[in-house]
Design a protein around this ligand. Structure first.
Ligand SMILES: Cc1cc2nc3c(=O)[nH]c(=O)nc-3n(C[C@H](O)[C@H](O)[C@H](O)COP(=O)(O)OP(=O)(O)OC[C@H]3O[C@@H](n4cnc5c(N)ncnc54)[C@H](O)[C@@H]3O)c2cc1C
Length: 393
């Protein structure tokens, strides 16, 4: 039986980018994805590239590298990721103070323009300007998440990678070393295993006794077929509740709850947002819940009604568009930085998940990860080193 250099578990954006970068670097790589058409976090994402959002030297540099990679990715992968430079319109509710909120955005590497309601409507004609006190406008990148994953996967196969549709049901552990992965039909062996299983990564690692501070939300959205309306910008709230929710739900004192199905760690939130893709379809999101059972079912009709009500407030033309409600898992870490690196408790096992800003950060982190694995530099990667110490467990 062949022993691969690397097995990558999970074919969302994280696993697809990482497997491609590892194969490109010269490793023999097996990518295992559970489903031929996964309903994962990547599939239902807006695909926005918040490259403006770096706040530290680490995140500023990764964001800058990330947007540079995106700008050339279609040509590198020889397939169209549908990359475009767009504008992100962050709406501020009528009862909020625009100056205070604009001030909070001064921490980012690119700071937004503060727009009056009239100027915001000029940028986004579908906007109900009476619903807002002001808006912030930022440059933002955009790709089709599905096209990007497909492009990565095709380039991975061309680079000699092997992809199989199979569910990894366990990790093959021998003493203090992970030797491969177990699927219902086969054991695959590898020198290294990278877990990129999104919201299911925690449970998979737990099955071999490895604890990690990785969590997940159930995100709920409406997806429309191609529509005649034309949304010019990506619209989101200036005050996102999701990050506050993740900080509380991902705090150390809540950690034990995440191993017990049946809990809701904090109350659900709704951050209303909308994006239109190049084919005219739209995604309208998102309700986020912290249910500790990854298979928990939401009350579909209540969730859909709340999404429609909220989007209708800011973008009335979207309220009644025909569309399909869906949900997916989105992984997150306790400190908004991705969980990337190897575990000290066992050899050969790595985590690559929990990106809160994946489309901006992932391409660069995957490239650096592969280069570090290949040992192409004398020193450990100084940026990856900042992501590692003590954060995985
Ligand atoms: C509505 C919405 C909007 C978003 N907008 C943005 C945005 O604008 N910008 C941004 O950067 N991010 C955004 N995100 C977040 C982002 O899309 C996700 O965080 C990211 O795509 C996650 O990628 P991933 O590969 O880590 O996980 P996933 O895409 O969830 O992929 C994990 C994969 O692992 C597979 N898997 C799991 N367990 C196993 C197993 N045992 N065996 C085999 N395979 C397995 C799953 O089938 C799945 O395909 C958004 C998310 C949502 C829901």
């Amino acid at each position: 039986m062949k022993t691969f250099d690397w097995i990558v578990v999970g074919g969302g954006l994280a696993g697809s980018a990482l497997s491609y970068e590892l194969a490109r670097t010269g490793f023999s790589v097996l990518l295992l994805e559970d489903s031929p058409a996964p309903s994962n976090g990547t599939r239902y994402s807006y695909g926005g590239i918040a490259y403006w959002s770096g706040t530290t030297e680490l995140t500023k540099q990764l964001c800058q590298e990330g947007i540079e990679i995106h700008r050339h990715l279609s040509s590198e992968l020889e397939a169209d990721t549908q990359f475009r430079e767009m504008q992100l319109l962050l709406v501020i509710d009528r009862d909020r103070d625009p100056e205070t909120i604009a001030q909070q955005y001064q921490q980012f590497s690119v700071t937004p323009a503060l727009l009056t309601p009239e100027a915001a409507k000029a940028a986004e004609p579908l906007l109900n300007s009476e619903a807002i006190a002001a808006a912030l406008l930022l440059p933002h990148g955009h790709v089709s998440p599905e096209a990007t994953v497909k492009a990565y996967n095709q380039a991975f196969l061309r680079a000699g990678g092997v992809m199989q549709i199979a569910q990894v049901t366990g990790l093959a552990r021998m003493g203090d070393r992970i030797k491969g992965v177990i699927t219902p039909t086969q054991i695959y062996e590898a020198g290294n295993v990278a877990v990129c299983a999104g919201g299911l990564s925690r449970a998979l690692l737990k099955s071999v006794g490895i604890s990690t501070r990785l969590y997940f939300t159930q995100a709920e959205i409406i997806e429309t077929p191609p529509a005649e309306v034309q949304l010019q910008t990506i619209v989101m709230p200036a005050e996102l509740k999701r990050f506050e929710m993740e900080a509380i739900a991902g705090s150390a004192d809540q950690d034990a709850l995440w191993d017990q199905p049946g809990h809701e760690v904090v109350s659900p939130i709704l951050d209303i947002g909308a994006v239109q893709f190049q084919d005219g379809s739209l995604r309208i999101g998102q309700v986020s819940r912290t249910l500790t059972d990854p298979t928990a079912q939401a009350d579909t009709s209540t969730s859909e009604a709340s999404l429609r009500q909220a989007v209708g407030h800011f973008l009335p033309a979207l309220k009644q568009l025909p569309g399909q409600w869906s949900s997916c898992l989105v992984s997150f870490s306790g400190d908004r930085l991705p969980l990337v690196g190897h575990f000290a408790v066992a050899e050969g096992i790595h985590l690559f998940s929990g990106f809160s800003n994946p489309f901006a950060l992932l391409p660069s982190v995957a490239r650096r990860f592969a280069q570090a694995a290949a040992g192409t530099t004398d020193q450990p990667d100084p940026l990856l080193a900042q992501l590692l110490p003590d954060r995985l467990i």
